[in-house]
Design a protein around this ligand. Structure first.
Ligand code: GTP
Ligand code: MG
Length: 429
């Protein structure tokens, strides 16, 4: 994690630790249930890491372009770059909002060894060694849409060897996603998939039929392999075309279906890699889903603490958790992970945070707002509904950019409905 974010991570983890202390007053089996919720929350917020993706595909199939397309920025070198040492290694690709760990198998089918390669290593050996060292979260197999009928058996052998090396070393078989790139080049060539509303409907339909045919062909090839069939998640045709000016800004963005690819990847990733993917790709649907998951986890955790009478002083860790939820949703949206976001958002709801500069101060300002008139105890229903309402308003504010007025109304209406129907308070994933 970036150094500037450290204090916030520490404070959130400190809050969770305080909640765990409070848990000592809670009897089993309830405590066990809450402990599970806490570990889920840790995975969602504190144990995040970069997703590990392996890209397999011939030269020019669009591996580097796909990385750039996922980031929406020029982070990888596109075009004819000479195979060189250093390929066949896990490589951190850094964007503004996060990092993906990529194993680009460029050069694998070239036969000739790169100049300075380790004498004992063929490109394939080095790749197998890398996937044994660090398990991939997913394999992406890229083929140009215009070349799916080419002989790809050699490429599929490589894929199968990677799958088997991963299984031997890590005891798991990574999910495989077939990607047909360059779909924009299918006939009719002039029909722009990324501007579908402006196209002639009949020609658009014709092009989409060609995309489907390519997908079907690639799916059949992958399914024909017994050693890959079980790993195949889906096949997706897309366009990764982005053109950059010399200064790195985007000249033209002809990406099509990158959001779908991000969603497929998201489903296949372990919980620990999802937040990074949602941030990096900035796909709204993923950000929404994660924010909802985080809100649900935090709300049921806060509710769990209502089983013990909580003296008012002890409400602070709960409201700290709620501030952490707001900071977490802001972070999912692409902002810095700090409490400034919460301090910008809470006044919009009508909470007076004054000169609050730290998590605890902000949490203190929140107490009276979420638990008005709370005497000695806070009921579970109130804690749950208050947290759900905060998370829902924060989601609208940070992800959809609603006005302060709308955020306030949403807070009030969500709170009322979450108290009445806790099970229907949040949309299902
Ligand atoms: N029209 C179109 N062009 C693409 C697409 N994806 C990649 N390209 C172009 O195809 C060429 C090769 O793309 P790269 O991303 O460099 O391919 P690669 O697989 O990384 O190639 P190597 O690194 O040499 O193995 C570049 O000129 C890209 O601009 C796409 O979806 N549509
Ligand atoms: Mg490349």
């Amino acid at each position: 994690m970036a150094a500037t974010n450290e204090p916030t991570f520490q404070e959130i983890s400190e809050t969770i630790r305080r909640l765990e202390e409070m848990l000592e007053r809670v009897p089993d089996p309830l405590a066990r249930d809450i402990r599970q919720k806490i570990s889920h929350l840790r995975a969602l917020l504190l144990e995040q890491r970069s997703p590990n993706l392996v890209l397999v595909g011939r030269r020019g199939s669009g591996k580097s372009s796909l990385i750039n397309a996922l980031f929406g920025a020029r982070v990888a070198e596109v075009g004819h770059v000479k195979a060189q040492t250093g390929q066949g290694r896990w490589f951190d690709v850094q964007g503004e909002l996060g990092t993906l760990s990529i194993l680009d198998t460029r050069g694998i089918q070239e036969g000739s060894r790169p100049e300075e390669a380790d004498a004992a290593d063929t490109p394939l050996d080095s790749i197998l060694a890398e996937v044994r060292r660090k398990a991939p979260d997913a394999l992406l197999f890229l083929v140009k849409a215009t070349e799916v009928d080419a002989a790809i058996d050699a490429d599929l052998d490589v894929l199968a060897q990677i799958v088997s090396a991963v299984e031997q070393a890590h005891g798991l078989r990574p999910p495989l996603i077939g990607v047909a790139t360059h779909c924009d080049l299918l006939e009719p060539k002039r029909t722009d998939l990324h501007l579908s509303e402006q196209q002639d409907p009949a020609e658009l339909q014709e092009k989409l039929r060609h995309v489907e045919a390519v997908e079907r062909q690639l799916r059949e090839k992958l399914r024909s392999r017994e050693d890959l069939r079980g790993e195949l998640v889906t096949v997706l045709g897309l366009s990764a075309y982005l053109s950059f000016r010399p200064d790195g800004t985007i000249r033209s963005d002809e990406r099509w279906r990158l959001g779908e690819l991000a969603q497929v990847l998201f489903r296949e990733l372990p919980e620990q890699g999802r937040l990074v993917l949602a941030r990096v790709t900035r796909v709204r649907a993923l950000q929404e889903e994660l924010a909802i998951t985080l809100t649900r986890a935090m709300a049921s955790l806060c509710m769990g603490f209502a089983v013990v009478p909580i003296p008012v002083a002890d409400i602070i860790p709960i409201t700290s958790a709620q501030v952490s939820l707001i900071a977490g949703i802001a972070w999912i949206s692409g902002r810095q992970l700090d409490f400034q976001a919460a301090r910008d958002f809470l006044p919009a709801l009508g909470v007076n945070v004054g000169a609050a500069f730290a998590l605890r101060e902000t949490a203190r300002a929140l107490v009276k707002f979420v638990f008005p008139g709370a005497g000695n105890v806070v009921s579970g229903a109130v804690a749950f509904a208050g947290t759900v309402a905060l998370g829902t308003a924060a989601r609208a504010w940070f992800l959809r950019g609603v006005s302060a007025e709308e955020a306030r109304q949403l807070y009030a209406s969500t709170r009322a409905s979450a108290e009445a129907h806790p099970d229907r308070a949040l949309p299902q994933a």
